[in-house]
Design a protein around this ligand. Structure first.
Ligand SMILES: [Mg+2]
Length: 362
């Protein structure tokens, strides 16, 4: 079944409140949507989210990689031979992982549809629902404690706190939030590369001594500093999770080989899509390392693709797919639905996306 056209549209969605991490502040979500049409009229959806400070991808670079390089190679290709299309996507351009991810998820959407199976069942069918954590943005300790309390009232049982700007204030923030939400709520931290290795050990050890019961700490050191990451992992009891240090399967191999982290955070926008994410998860599982599934500030198409992958695989044990909760309105119908913090996967074929509103054609 051949691909006859691939179109790109843009979705612009304001955020409910600015998203603040150690790396950036964002108040609007701007993403591209890919619509791949087959000769029988079947449509596959994909999406790319630009996160210049993490992936290096911008709206302009995503558009360029898609229109100048990848799309011309894929029109006319047969989706039933999807291994060959996914190989073409990954060989067609280096880096540009968000553009590759958008096409990859649209291809998987179509493959699921051609087999009349929801994607999570096609890929393994491990679970059809799970809870996500929710991110508390970096603000004053009081504002963060207030936000955390609100999320707990909304039934979230796992909070992800952005830290890594100032380690002294970080400890106060975490202490304030632990006191605000009580002992039964899971707290995970994301330093977004904000500490040095020794600073990370000092802060994490201090939090361990204070009994703050941190579930895990994500990306304490710079992305390229794999030795520093291992140094931290080897010296604290709190599990350390690699995020920005692992984009590709090759990155995952390097981290797993020297056990530089205890857990790996897979994001489709880093991995370049589901095809590479499956490789990362399989390698990690073989090494006894669990994976988390994460996201950027993405639209619900990208989140649905990540959620279907997470649902498929038992080794993906932690979910950080909170982007839909940050958006002021939801233009994407289908794919996944929500019950408080619980994400429920659609049982429609493929990703199960039924409509995309307010799409601005390019
Ligand atoms: Mg992270």
């Amino acid at each position: 079944m051949k691909i006859t056209s691939i179109e790109i549209g843009k979705l612009t969605i304001p955020l409910i409140k600015p998203f603040k991490t150690a790396l950036r502040v964002l108040s609007v979500s701007e993403t591209y949507v890919i619509k791949v049409t087959l000769e029988n009229g079947m449509v596959g959806w994909g999406a790319a989210s630009p996160t210049a400070v993490i992936t290096g991808d911008t709206l302009g670079s995503i558009r360029g990689a898609l229109t100048e390089v990848l799309i011309p190679q894929l029109v006319g290709a047969d989706v039933e031979n999807y291994e060959s299309i996914l190989t073409k996507i990954n060989a067609g351009v280096v880096r540009n992982s968000s553009a590759r991810a958008a096409l990859d998820m649209a291809v998987y959407d179509l493959v699921g549809k051609l087999h009349n199976a929801p994607l999570y069942k096609f890929l393994g069918g491990h679970k059809n629902s799970f809870e996500t954590d929710i991110t508390v943005s970096v603000n004053s300790p009081k504002e963060m404690a207030d936000d955390a309390r609100k999320f707990v009232v909304d039934k979230f049982s796992t909070l992800k706190l952005k830290v890594g700007i100032d380690s002294t204030v970080d400890i106060q923030r975490v202490k304030g939030i632990r006191e605000a939400v009580g002992p039964s709520i899971k707290i995970r931290l994301d330093a977004n590369q904000g500490w040095t290795a020794k600073e990370a050990i000092r802060v994490i050890t201090k939090m361990e001594d204070m009994g703050l019961a941190i579930e895990l700490v994500e990306q304490p050191v710079k992305a390229h500093d794999i030795d520093g990451l291992k140094y931290v992992t080897d010296r604290v009891l709190t599990p350390i999770l690699a995020d920005e240090s692992v984009f590709s399967p090759e990155d995952a191999f390097r981290v797993l080989q020297i056990r530089a982290a205890d857990i790996i955070n897979i994001k489709l926008m880093k991995a370049g899509g589901i095809y590479n994410a499956l490789k990362i998860n399989a390698m990690a599982e073989t090494c006894g390392v669990e994976c988390m599934i994460g996201c950027m500030i993405e639209n619900k198409i990208g989140i649905a693709a990540a959620a279907h992958l997470a649902g498929a695989k038992k080794n993906i044990t932690r979910m950080d797919l909170d982007a839909p909760f940050l958006l002021a309105h939801e233009p994407v119908e289908g794919g996944i639905s929500f019950d408080g913090p619980r994400i429920i996967l659609s049982d429609a074929p493929g990703l199960g996306i039924t409509a995309v509103h307010t799409l601005e054609a390019l």
